[in-house]
Design a binder for this molecule. Structure first.
Ligand code: MLT
Length: 270
């Protein structure tokens, strides 16, 4: 574990009481993206959605690059502060990259995994270079450029036309993220390790989910997770893009609820 001084105390949203379920948000959003899940938690669960360092209400550190390892260390420190030994984790996209990092470093703290719209492979060298170009533009021009390039690909066409409120809330989350936080996370994602070899070592119940129209992650990547994690189940959320938990919260919550209900008592109480 890192020196205490390197860890950032994460702010968080919470709802419910019971077994801990930790929600890890996507880039460049914050814990508000889990609002519909925190509002509809099944009985017996305590939902905890941290703002990762620099995002939402959490302070950033003074690092140049926000690696997935740093994000994961902050989450473990938060668990320690809350005296949570083990939790179910639900990570979406970058939140999924962080969940893989948690599995790599502290698998004993994980009871079960829900991985949505995420992938285990690293960036290609082209993708990493594109992230660096975007990081430099964000540092010069602000986060507007990320909204311009990313927002149209984040949500399904159905959401764009029928749920303008969702589009606006995603845009607001993006715009409130400081440029330095965005640039550091882009650089961190560009150097994230390959988590594909980890998949077959995952020995906790796992659910993978994907929005049917996810233009960022791609269904093939998520199918790969489902094939590679022993015993994992996979669900597709229709009419949703990269953010099914906001675009189709009822469908997402139903799948989440059913997965949680299927967890053996030994997993919940171990
Ligand atoms: C996210 O939604 O967290 C990002 O799309 C992840 C990424 O850029 O790889």
């Amino acid at each position: 574990m890192p020196e205490a001084s390197l860890v950032v105390d994460l702010e968080r949203r919470e709802a419910g009481q019971g077994d801990p379920l930790i929600f890890l948000h996507a880039f460049p959003l914050n814990s508000a993206m889990w609002g519909p899940q925190l509002a509809a938690l099944p009985a017996g669960w305590r939902g905890i959605a941290p703002d990762l360092r620099g995002f939402g209400a959490s302070p950033d550190g003074d690092q140049d690059v926000s690696t997935m390892e740093l994000f994961a260390q902050d989450v473990v420190a938060m668990m320690d502060r809350l005296e949570i030994e083990r939790a179910v984790f639900c990570g979406l996209s970058m939140g999924g990259y962080i969940a893989f990092e948690l599995w790599r470093s502290v698998p004993e703290r994980i009871r079960a995994l829900i991985l949505s719209d995420t992938r285990a492979g690293p960036d290609s060298s082209d993708a990493a270079r594109a992230r660096e170009r975007l990081a430099r533009r964000v540092e010069k021009e602000g986060v507007g450029i990320v909204v311009e390039t990313m927002l149209p690909r984040l949500i399904s066409s159905e959401t764009r036309y029928t749920l303008p409120g969702v589009v606006e809330s995603v845009k607001a989350m993006m715009l409130e993220t400081p440029p330095a936080t965005v640039a550091r996370a882009l650089r961190g994602m560009a150097i994230r390790p390959n988590s594909e070899p980890l998949l077959r070592t995952i020995r906790v119940p796992a659910l993978v989910m994907v929005g049917a129209e996810d233009a960022i992650t791609g269904r093939g990547q998520v199918e790969f997770l489902a094939r590679s994690i022993p015993g994992a189940s996979m669900e597709t959320i229709e009419d949703a893009g990269h953010l099914p938990q906001l675009e189709r919260p009822d469908a997402f919550n139903r799948v989440l609820r059913e997965f949680l209900a299927r967890l053996p008592a030994s997993v919940r109480k171990s």
